[in-house]
Design a protein around this ligand. Sequence first.
Ligand code: NAD
Length: 452
Amino acid sequence: MSHAAPVPEDLNPHHIARLQFDRAVPYVDDIEGWEGIAEWLFEPERVVKLTLPVVMDDGRVRAFHGYRVLHNTARGPGKGGIRFYPAVDEDEVKALATWMTWKCAVVGVPFGGAKGGVQCDPTRMSVGEKRRVTRRFIASLGDDIGPHTDIPAPDMYTNAETMAWIYDTYQMMHPHTANLGVVTGKPLDLGGIPGRSTATAQGLAYVLERLLALGEVPTLGSIAGTRVAVQGFGNAGRHAAFILRGLGATVVAVGDVKGGAANADGLNLEEVEAHQKATGSVVKAPGTRVLGPRGPLEVECDILVPAALENQITLENADRVKAAVVIEAANGPTTPAADRILADKGIVVVPDILANAGGVVVSYFEWVQNLDNEEWEEHTVQKRLRAKMQRATEGVVMTYHRLRDRYDEYRQRWQQAAPGAPDPAFPDLRIAATANAVGRCWTALDQRGVWP
Ligand code: NAD
């Protein structure tokens, strides 16, 4: 019997993004001379680190750390949210920016990837403190963001109000020019687009509908009649719960940072939401069983929607996931080790870069609307969102089957391209989606050529 301590799982999000990239590279076409191109494509183009002095309500000055990473602009200007969260650091923002590059390529919007964040605890800050952090962050970024260079959006603990402050700050610094396109996810009266706040969850539902219709989850024919669990009851998770219930599912568990609420017969979502508004959490909503923050991941259900943050389904708990399909509303919720465990259990994982891309798709519509000085109608947004998400899903599924069917060919090709390297990982939907995305960025770089 071995007494060696188990090798701990590496939960650094940037290392995880690299591992996912490395798993996809053997499946990218035209991989001659791949090493230099891969390095160029994976590493961020620019990393901005800022120290932000902010006067707090008690009159004291606090210094916050802010980051903006522009990952890759091969296919267009940078695009990606800004998050306010205590765990924000450079490697997390680099990973999130990388996933944005792949996401924009998977769904076919002409953006590259970017992301930003400020290390802070917004749950302990007043509205005024959050506004001052936002303004100082955007002012310090200066021309590192712009309507044609890098366009922020909401993410964890930022919302339409934050986007209005971002727009206002940028506009004050660039008067006499039209700058609505500098940020998306704005309020409707300030150049926002109908359907942006529900876009991530709605897009997820379109992906799931298409995937089930294609028969990719053997035990599930449609959303109607399924049991759903959601971790994270914020923008992405709360809307996902309501939208999936609207499609005939029963939501059996939801959760937030403080814990979860479960009822095997189905939650009354309106009551849970009212309880969350009144108490700040879904925990102890009437008629529910109390769960821990990771509890919703382990309940009996058919569809599991992680919608909180990275590294929630890991080596430690993947074996306890009971769903037939995990569809990632959050970015990076499933670790590479957990991916393998879920695959071995026959659980289908729909990767973040496809599943939650509805947000960036509607952000793209908002940006187009702003540049055109137009106002789109909600039915136009929904029609185009559905078409984009369905097409992207079909593309990923087609690639997935091609990679699996031709695994031996890819393996032999990889042995020639990278002698001595291990065999490519057997394809799953994440590898297929990443290979599609990386291939598109690779092609764009190739067509542009290496400057000078
Ligand atoms: P949000 O701030 O609106 O909600 C976050 C939710 O997660 C809250 O309910 C919070 O209580 C919960 N949470 C935070 N820390 C937790 C923890 N340690 N354990 C359990 N729950 C926790 O944020 P959001 O915009 O809904 O984003 C959620 C996820 O979805 C993030 O990974 C984000 O990157 C991703 N995402 C969001 C969008 C979007 O348009 N908002 C688009 C694509 C992806």
